[in-house]
Write a protein that binds this ligand. Structure first.
Ligand SMILES: Nc1nc2c(ncn2[C@@H]2O[C@H](COP(=O)(O)OP(=O)(O)OP(=O)(O)O)[C@@H](O)[C@H]2O)c(=O)[nH]1
Ligand code: SF4
Ligand SMILES: [Mg+2]
Length: 397
């Protein structure tokens, strides 16, 4: 079991003396938290620094005292550095062109025993790059390697976070709840689930079921209805509902029934937040106004989907977007977990990611951000085209 303290991702920085641990931390946090000097053994105690790393969230860095392989180590100092392992969620091994010495190998050994994911950061590449031989030695242990200069690499945080997202344990990337941070005990949430011909026979779809479960887990009350009975329910509830969540299809109709003083959103917006980064997706959707005729749009599907999705990606979204813009666009499709070359696209539209994890979507968001290509998802694009995006995102900000 993880202690409450460790709900914040703890990233520990290890490495030989003078390899640039403190310089790395200072560059990432943009502050001089740790003293840097040419003197070996500058950091003697563990330095803690909290930071906000988009899109992972709150993290705490632990800068450790460097261990030198050819001086006699103060046992206490060594003990202190290794004791940090107990509260480490991710380990960073900073090294340089020397690659892995005995110290790094003993760290790797510890990480593997304790099942701590780790990243090898080869620093000071501005002075001397690492040789192919040393690199392949590191590759024997891990492929999670980045090569940087803590002092000179311009997009250091981007490079670091992209590598980090790949190894962060799911618990830290998956938000704990669909609505948990927005509702309180005994709140009433009205869910509008149209039972039309698109609805599966005899059951509700997964996002609806998950939302009901989430509401119950948070000791709140869900009232589930079709559109027809919504007016009746709203006028008979003694307490104003905290929120109305509707299927996007019915949003227009529902928004005319639900008065402005009641917040409303859609299932697809809730899931865009759960499976990605709402801010980035909204920004992506708002870039739609800059598209030009025949621009290339990439639709990314995480799996070989079923029929209904096919309809959304290949028929519904192209139709809605082209209608909204008044001209044609070029839609291309990529399916699977690999991230293709995206340089020629003006917009990326990611699927709802129901069969994949948030981590994969977040790492795709990072790649797109780095290349300045807007990215959004199915639910957000549909809401945008239907003109409901602004009202639907309000309850979540
Ligand atoms: N050229 C170059 N110098 C670097 C780089 N990173 C760190 N340095 C320099 O290396 C020296 C040591 O850096 P620190 O960040 O203090 O190293 P440290 O690993 O924290 O050292 P200890 O706390 O003593 O274990 C300083 O003079 C830094 O300016 C780099 O990427 N390139
Ligand atoms: S992950 Fe879900 S939304 Fe994405 S393509 Fe597969 S079925 Fe469709
Ligand atoms: Mg230091």
């Amino acid at each position: 079991m993880k202690s409450l303290k460790s709900l914040r991702l703890h990233i520990s920085i290890f490495g030989r003396t003078n390899v640039g641990k403190s310089s790395f931390l200072n560059s990432i946090t943009g502050q001089n938290v740790s003293i840097v000097s040419e003197q070996k053994g500058t950091t003697t105690d563990i330095v803690e620094k909290s930071a906000e790393l988009f899109p992972i969230g709150a993290v705490t860095f632990l800068d450790t005292a460097g261990i030198d392989d050819n001086t006699t180590l103060g046992d206490l100092r060594k003990e202190k550095t290794f004791s940090v392992l107990n509260r480490t969620d991710i380990g960073l091994i900073i090294t340089d062109f020397n690659g892995l010495t005995e110290y790094e190998l003993s760290l790797i050994n510890n990480f593997e025993t304790l099942k701590i994911p780790y990243l090898v950061i080869i620093n000071k590449t501005d002075i001397e790059p690492v040789s192919e031989l040393k690199l392949s030695e590191i590759n024997n242990y891990t492929n999670n390697i980045i090569q940087i200069s803590a002092l000179k690499t311009k997009n250091l945080t981007d490079i670091f976070v992209s590598a980090l997202v790949k190894i962060v344990p799911d618990d830290f990337v998956n938000p704990p709840s669909i609505l948990g941070d927005k509702i309180e005990k005994k709140d009433i949430i009205v869910l509008v689930t149209p039972i039309d011909k698109e609805a599966p026979k005899g059951r509700l779809i997964l996002p609806q079921v998950q939302t009901i479960r989430d509401i119950l887990d948070n000791q709140c009350i869900s009232v589930v209805t079709q559109v027809d009975n919504l007016k009746y329910i709203l006028s008979n509830l003694k307490t104003k509902p905290k929120l109305v969540v509707t299927d996007s299809q019915a949003f227009k109709e529902v928004s005319e029934i639900v008065s402005d003083d009641i917040q409303m959103t859609s299932f697809s917006i809730l899931f865009a937040r759960l499976k990605g980064d709402l801010n980035t997706f909204v920004k992506g959707a708002n870039s739609i106004t800059t598209l030009k005729p025949n621009d290339k749009i990439l639709i990314l599907e995480s799996c070989t989907h079923h029929a209904i999705d096919d309809d959304i990606a290949r028929v519904k979204i192209p139709k809605l977007l082209q209608k909204r813009l008044g001209f044609n666009l070029n839609f291309e499709y990529k399916t699977g977990h690999d991230f293709p070359d995206i340089s020629e696209y003006k917009l990326i539209i990611h699927c709802g990611a129901c069969m994949t994890n948030r981590k994969e979507v977040l790492s795709r968001i990072l790649i797109s951000n780095r290349q300045n290509i807007p990215i959004t998802n199915y639910g957000i694009v549909i809401s945008y085209c239907l003109g409901i995006l602004d009202r639907a995102i309000k309850p979540l900000f």
